[in-house]
Design a binder for this molecule. Structure first.
Ligand code: ACM
Length: 262
């Protein structure tokens, strides 16, 4: 199976232009799965909730018809981040478009910094979607710092974590190596590049999009400021082998009766 992370710099506010760019980047390479950054259509730093609302989409909206068609034509699954307009408010979400026409949504659970002023926190537990026998889980950026999110996905059977990101802190690329090792799953972190200076913020996004194996090998890592589509070949069934040694199964050996989690 070929999987790719797409790293680029969305232009703030240019939803149509960003979608055109995304479609061109996907067209460029062949893969069975593409993961793109968080908020890939709108950009990241919003002045207000009203501004974010104006740049938001519904998951079933017509804006996603073109990438859905591309997913069908290429036989590829596409996962991208967007500002989701729901009846009760806005979510920082990712959308999975499958070759057989499904649109699966994940709503970011762990909001970062001023996202809390704009978005509602995700209201659905992370779930796993079977696409042609491969089990895909979604998480978004700052979700990485709570090991519970990746663990929930692993316990739900994920082979691959599709991690749409807009990283500004330096820790995540190395931390995702640990998320992969401790769950024996592949992780695909698609981060953006560039910077946004608006609403009193000056944020630079760190790039370094990466694909990590269940043994923590960094199969590919992009640069810090280059637009890139990075594709690697993986055997997703490697994520089903949870044996660290013949005597240590990473999930079955957990001792929940010994952990104080609240
Ligand atoms: C982040 O969650 N966008 C850092």
């Amino acid at each position: 199976m070929k999987v790719g992370v797409i790293q680029f710099a969305p232009e703030f506010g240019d939803v149509t232009g960003n979608m055109t760019r995304i479609l061109a980047l996907i067209e460029r390479e062949d893969a069975d799965l593409f993961v793109l950054p968080e908020l890939a259509l709108s950009g990241y730093v919003f002045e207000s909730r009203a501004e974010a609302l104006a740049l938001a989409q519904r998951a079933d909206g017509p804006e996603f018809d073109a990438p859905a068609l591309l997913a069908r034509e290429k036989g590829a699954t596409i996962v991208l981040g967007f500002a989701e307009r729901a009846s009760e408010g806005l979510y920082n979400s990712s959308l999975m478009l499958t070759p057989d026409g499904r649109r699966e949504v994940y709503r970011k659970i762990q909001l970062f910094y001023r996202e809390k002023e704009i978005f509602l926190p995700g209201n659905m537990p992370p779930s796993v979607h079977d696409v042609a026998g491969v089990r895909l889980g979604m998480m978004i950026c700052f979700d990485w710092i709570y090991p519970e999110v990746a663990r929930s996905l692993a316990l739900a059977g994920a082979d691959i974590l599709c991690h749409c990101s807009n990283l500004v802190l330096p820790y995540c690329p190395d931390a995702m190596v640990t998320r992969s090792i401790e769950n024996r799953v592949f992780s695909m972190t698609a981060n953006r590049i560039g910077s946004e200076k608006r609403a009193g913020e000056d944020l630079t996004f760190i790039g370094m999009s990466e694909i990590v194996s269940p043994r923590g090998e960094i199969l590919a890592r992009a640069g810090t400021d280059t637009e890139e589509v990075v594709v690697v070949d993986i055997a997703p069934e490697a994520a089903r082998d949870k044996a660290v040694t013949p005597n240590n199964d990473i999930l079955n050996d957990r001792r929940p009766d010994m952990y104080r989690l609240s």
